[in-house]
Design a protein around this ligand. Structure first.
Ligand code: PHE
Length: 452
């Protein structure tokens, strides 16, 4: 697949000019999001959510302006992602060129931040980029928050280190929510301890990690519950005590690893990933004496629950009817004092859907040779991105509604339903027709499909 941008030979981003190559797959519509910095915009719900979470980690150093342009080494290699990990595929990741990507997660900065070794604890909030589906909860640019806490083993002997972590745990606030945690901390087969860490160190760091994150969830969901009640929502689940559960997980850069889920609105929702940082990562970052934990969470996900925001596109809205609804605590106040108010939707504008069906080109892989983002076979995310590129936030959802394989020729046809709806106004029929026409033409031109 060829992107016209790549023919220019270079991309200007964040004041730097970077050469393009056959891996380049980042369209200008994505590059233009980099300067928005929603997590730093005063009174923006993402910024309010960030400050609320920061207030749960006193003493942690906060990094909020790290550039999204990182090396493949930073985003994947330094974290131990194997060479064939699906996250590296150009169908999932935005490449500036073969060696440079837009970070797909805030963990891209772990190694550098550990190397700088400026504080025992740190938080990183940043925009991250992933090629993905188009619907109400996915947007190719979103925000993550990463946190880590490490201890220096050489300052004390191992017996004393256990005491230090124990004392740190004793100083933390307690909570009274119900926590389901059915698995042992160390499960040699599914969630092993690292051989460089003793059982006691692993147990204590895990206890510190879990308590820190449970406290975070308690704070956020207490706010969300208050906001719901204040808005007159009488759903019975707001009255029930909060329930969370720990689920075993896998990340290439932590072990053991978990996800934390919250029971909210009748469902278990995954809130964050975390674990004990791989010692190899810390060793490679020049701090072999440190051991500790890390977590990562998606800010939109939390902000959508907290403020009851129904569509992820709203975060990008510049409409005062959206932005004026949110207020951070007064500058002298503490973020914890912020009262969360639920979003009240301005009128919902009518949707209009249109289908497009096409034959996809025969796979080119048999031809061999070229690899790189521009020469990959057809991938659904290419359709998603093309629609974003042309219709932007005027599309609410793109959904595959039919697949058909021709019985004799073996050719495959797909039918996508595109839901056109602006959050800000009613689209005219002519407008959505024109957008749909442009999309059909671009599918042929850029992806080489044949419209049915
Ligand atoms: N980076 C992981 C993600 O994007 C989350 C994570 C961060 C997990 C830190 C463990 C430790 O899913």
């Amino acid at each position: 697949m060829l992107w016209t941008d790549t023919k220019l030979g270079s991309i200007a981003v964040e004041g730097k000019t970077l050469g393009t190559d056959e891996w380049t797959n980042t369209p200008s519509s994505i590059l233009s999001a980099i300067s928005r910095r929603l997590h730093l915009q005063k009174d923006h719900p993402l910024s309010i959510t960030r400050q609320l979470i920061e207030s749960c980690f006193p003493g942690f150093k906060c990094h909020n302006s790290l550039s999204p342009v990182v090396s493949v080494q930073q985003n994947f290699d330094s974290l131990g992602f194997p060479p064939d990990h699906p996250g590296r595929r150009p169908s999932d990741t935005y490449y500036i060129n073969r060696n440079t990507v837009l970070r797909t997660h805030t963990s891209a900065h772990q190694a550098d931040t550990f190397r700088a070794n400026q504080s025992d604890g740190y938080l990183i909030t940043a925009d991250v980029y992933r090629r993905d589906a188009v619907d109400r909860s996915h947007y190719p640019v979103f925000h993550q928050m990463e946190g880590a806490r490490t201890w220096d083993r050489t300052r004390v002997n191992s017996v004393r280190l256990a005491q230090v972590i124990n004392d740190d745990i004793a100083r933390m606030p307690t909570h009274d929510i119900s926590v389901l945690d059915p698995n042992p901390t160390i499960d040699p087969e599914h969630n092993p301890r690292q051989m460089q860490h003793s059982v006691e160190e692993t147990e204590l760091m895990t206890m510190h990690l879990k308590r820190s994150l449970e406290n975070l969830i308690v704070k956020i969901f207490d706010k969300a519950r208050k906001a719901a009640m204040a808005s007159g929502d009488t759903d019975p689940y707001f009255q029930e005590p909060l329930k969370v559960r720990w689920v075993q997980a896998y990340f290439p850069f932590t072990s053991p690893s978990w996800e934390l889920e919250v029971f909210w609105g009748g469902d278990w929702l995954e809130m964050l990933g975390c674990g004990i940082v791989k010692q190899e990562l810390l060793n490679n970052a020049g701090v072999p004496e440190r051991i500790g934990w890390a977590f990562g969470l998606g800010l939109e996900r939390i902000a959508m629950l907290l403020f009851s925001i129904p569509d992820i596109r709203l975060f990008w809205s510049q409409d005062p009817r959206f932005l004026s609804q949110f207020r951070a605590a007064h500058s002298k106040g503490h973020p914890e004092d912020t009262t969360i108010t639920r979003f009240s939707p301005f009128s919902k504008h009518p949707a209009c859907y249109k289908d497009v069906a096409f034959w996809i080109p025969k796979t080119s892989s048999s031809a061999g040779g070229n690899v790189g983002a521009n020469t990959q076979d057809f991938h659904e995310n290419d359709v998603m991105e093309l629609v974003r590129d042309i219709a932007g936030a005027k599309v609410e959802e793109v959904r595959l509604v039919d697949t058909f394989v021709h019985p004799t020729s073996g050719r495959k046809s797909l039918c996508y339903r595109i839901n056109y709806r602006s959050l800000e106004r009613t689209l005219t029929n002519q407008e959505s027709n024109e957008l749909h026409e442009k999309i059909r033409a671009a599918l042929v031109e850029r992806l080489g499909v044949q419209i049915r």
